[in-house]
Design a protein around this ligand. Sequence first.
Ligand SMILES: *Cc1c(COP(=O)(O)O)cnc(C)c1O
Length: 721
Amino acid sequence: MLPNKDPSANLVLPQLPPELEGLGSIALNLWWTWNPRGKNLFKSLNAYLWKESGHNPIAMLKKMDSKTLEALTQNETFMREYRYVYALFEGYIKDSNIYAFEEPLPIAYFCAEFGLHHSVPIYSGGLGFLAGDILKESSDMGLPMVGIGFMYPQGYIRQIIGSDGWQNGTNETIDKDTAPIERVLDEKGEHFIIHIPFIDPPVYAAIWKINVGRVTLYLLDTDIEQNDPWDREISSRLYTPDMNQRLRQQIVLGIGGYRVLEELDIKYSILHLNEGHPAFALFERVRSFIEVEKLSLDEAIKRVQKTSVFTTHTPLQAATDVYGFDIMGSYFGDYWERLGMDKEQFMHFGINPDDPAAGFNMTVFGMKMCSHRNSVSKKHGEVTRRIWKNIFPNTPEDQIPIDYVTNGVHLPTWMGDELFDEVDKVLTPSWTNIQDDPDLWHKLTDLSDQKIWDLHYTYKVRLVNFIRERVRQKWANEGIDPLVAMAEGVMLDPDVLTIGFARRMTSYKRPDLILHDLDRLEKIIKHATMPVQIIFAGKAHPSDNPGKKIIQHIFKTAQDPRFQGRIAFIEDYGEEVAKYLVRGVDVWLNNPLIPMEASGTSGMKASVNGTLHLSGLDGWWPEGYNGKNGWAFGCEPSDDAKDAVALYETIEQKIVPVYYDTQNSTLPQRWITMMREAMMSIAPRFSARRMMKEYLEKFYIPISKTLQDEENQTKQGENHA
Ligand SMILES: *Cc1c(COP(=O)(O)O)cnc(C)c1O
């Protein structure tokens, strides 16, 4: 029904002179976020505005008047670079295929959040970054994928720590007119709006899109004037604790999201649900198969099961969304009739055999309605098969059909630009096309110790400068207490061995494990010749008071003069802070309660930059650790006291002496050897490329084959008839 016409860059940036129209196209595609020449082109326009706009090219260009832009067209140096970058961009977009696969059918990828760049705050953490990296990698590989997600007008909480160490938050509001997002327009040229069924009074969602290279991400936005105030709030923030509103959110995402695909006439054949939040799309798919393709209910369900993939991310039953039968009935009462089901049959899909009275469980639903299921690391696979074994009665635990695809990270996004350039020089040209080949990475032996160390030191200085500059701003604006300034990192020293701990601040991640024995920690930190400093960052969920208490504990410890400013807490952990940290610290610490970490990806981001991973053997680490590329410590089941001792011993005996061992040269050679080993062993195997190839091989291609076989059979049948 919709002519898939994009508003041209002209509409968003009317003042761009015709000679620079391509700049608008680049600005409206997040391609530039992982292509340094694109990024640098914008920066070269006006470094001050670039920074002030939060690295958002649309916001920046809007602030520039047409005269300034006109003048640029006379600047030969700029124009030459602009034409070059535009050619790169166009070449990338038009390149029809990089990775040779056997025509998998188009994939619709649903997720409640997408972490793409800090100028689009529609994410909260790991789940979102995984989804964002999947879209970017699919674009690089030329996979036919479409993303469906939510527009959160209030973004996510911006974290502000009070001088008492308590986390306060303000909502970061998205300015829709300057975010790098576009309105999808209907045939009248107006903002395209869909009606979400089953909610009374009716709810509408406006549709936005974000270009992620060659992949399009569609976002649903309920904050529009057609909706009642209560409904406008549906998509206003991520993961509301109000279960009624949360259910409405998930109806909008799953059912509304499916409608978007139908109404835009986007043809796709595989549905991939990242976590349970968007799982209602499965019911909508059943409805569509019944009404559009005229299948029977049974056939429709079987077809949905055969063509849908469900990825689970939690190792705990308690962490899944469960909706009471009453509230489910109040929304879906008419729906099951429409599907030709009765209440019992409908609810059956969400009933957890371990707790049948609890209600409708979204993870159980995903598992039952998708025959392709995966967890996100090998270890998480074992845990998942164990905790959900009763969904598959009479199946031995090791044969339960839940596979795993260990997460990976998008290398061009997470590796430092300068490091990426150096890797480019020593590996094969076009190495990114075979980036998941471990043999390729052996060539990293050609990257010299000096080069590795110089780059790492540069990143470390940048991190320290970034932190100090933030504190300086805060000092200038608010006149903060000197102890707060110290706790926020003004005394950090780039020459000191630095441990980073940055992730969601919540009990199971044990952020304050390293503070277990402060006297022992003090000795480590204040060693006369081999000192150590620790940088923490991370947000607590707004309703997680124990998490906020942990932050306060860390912040107060950082304010304690006995640690001499060598413990710091950095506010407002997000994608930008993460990039500084994973490249700039020396050691990346992770110590969750085992087996609570399904995968974890920040340690991968650190390792591909040569930052060494120090972690319990949980999540991806049992697959990644090889004895030479980082350290493993701690016991299973976890024990705080024992784990803390193991942590101190590892730092004292295995980490500090290696880092400060420069006896035979000016460089810590043993350390650098480990850094190289980390990059070599971890970059190929934990790249998003390897991950996407596994999704292809385990799920997308087999589904495509089945569908094609069926189609051929139908054709043959028709020929015979
Ligand atoms: C990668 C990333 C995460 C997820 O990392 P974990 O190891 O799962 O904690 C969370 N937040 C940000 C900002 C990230 O970049």
